[in-house]
Design a binder for this molecule. Structure first.
Ligand SMILES: [Zn+2]
Length: 101
């Protein structure tokens, strides 16, 4: 093996190592992307779906408070903080909301 061949092989080895590192990094990034996409679609599967009957929930503004009302069973769901907001903002609001109209 000549000196120049040796030098070439050494260069090739370095390139291979760089490629391997690049591939590893790329793989890790793709795995992370896939994981976050899976997490997103898992959330999407039950996002705004009634936990009781599986019908779609419709967002409604109730005296400035956003409520999610089920189109199927009529169940009402509140996001975090909305219940407290409703209670504070509207005296008797809860009675009106849950007591029918
Ligand atoms: Zn429902």
């Amino acid at each position: 093996m000549s000196l120049s061949e040796q030098g070439y092989n050494e260069l090739e080895r370095v390139f291979h190592e760089k490629d391997a590192a690049w591939l590893q990094e790329r793989r890790a990034r793709l795995d992370a992307d896939r994981k976050s996409a899976a997490a997103k679609s898992a959330r999407g599967a039950h996002w705004m779906v009634c936990p009781k009957c599986g019908s779609g929930l419709k967002e409604e503004n109730f005296h400035g408070v956003m409520i999610d009302r089920c189109g199927g069973c009529g169940g009402i769901y509140l996001d975090r903080g909305e219940f407290e907001l409703l209670e504070k903002a509207q005296h008797g609001g809860l009675r009106r909301l849950f007591g029918g109209r």
